[in-house]
Design a protein around this ligand. Sequence first.
Ligand SMILES: Nc1nc2c(ncn2[C@@H]2O[C@H](COP(=O)(O)OP(=O)(O)OP(=O)(O)O)[C@@H](O)[C@H]2O)c(=O)[nH]1
Ligand SMILES: [Mg+2]
Length: 216
Amino acid sequence: MTSEEQLKPVLIIIGNSNVGKTSLTRYLVSNPKKFKGKTGKIPGTTLLLKKIQDPLMPFDILDLPGFGFMKRTSRRRTEHIKKMIIIHIEKHFKEFFLGIVVVNALRIRDELEKWFYKSEETIPLTFEFINLFKEFNTPVLVVLNKIDKLNLIDRKKIETFFFDSATKFGLKLVKFNEFKGFDGSVFPVLMTSALKKIGIKELKEIVESQFKKITP
Ligand SMILES: Nc1nc2c(ncn2[C@@H]2O[C@H](COP(=O)(O)OP(=O)(O)OP(=O)(O)O)[C@@H](O)[C@H]2O)c(=O)[nH]1
Ligand SMILES: [Mg+2]
């Protein structure tokens, strides 16, 4: 068997473009300084569907390209990426020990308001992703990133709005510090800043503890 055939469990990271998926991934690899994943100001920085296979780590990370808000790519390409990701999840769900859905805390309100009040056809992708993983029984952590750009009052407001919206959508979310463990129906929400290193310790801890649960 070649090393390529020895499948490691996979941590899958998903979310809209430019939310900070690659920036958060950097903290999860064995040596962030050597991490080659590109982060960027322009949405659509990560374009390949390729696992990060770090020989020093017991699991692989799939840092996916984001879809939506991609200025650099055409609409057709965006649709193509979305389809590619969904097909990939459907085909490989058995390999995933944890899914992380990353949300830009600064944009989520807009995304959800559009859906609720303006009845636009944009589906709240965040909830769509959570549901997709739920379908396959993959535990999901929701991460609200970029909270360094919000003051404490706004953080609280956005958190409440996010939780209320999820409830209306039929999804049960729970604050990270009140989370007791995955049971397939409740999803923890962690607030982070990849820039200011807020919530990163908790992020690492949940990844590690979930990984331990699936390894004998
Ligand atoms: N202020 C702030 N900026 C952040 C944070 N996390 C990421 N960024 C910035 O947001 C931009 C996008 O970050 P990426 O990590 O490339 O985002 P991504 O989700 O991987 O984007 P795609 O690969 O395009 O889907 C970069 O300029 C980052 O420096 C954060 O917590 N706070
Ligand atoms: Mg990226």
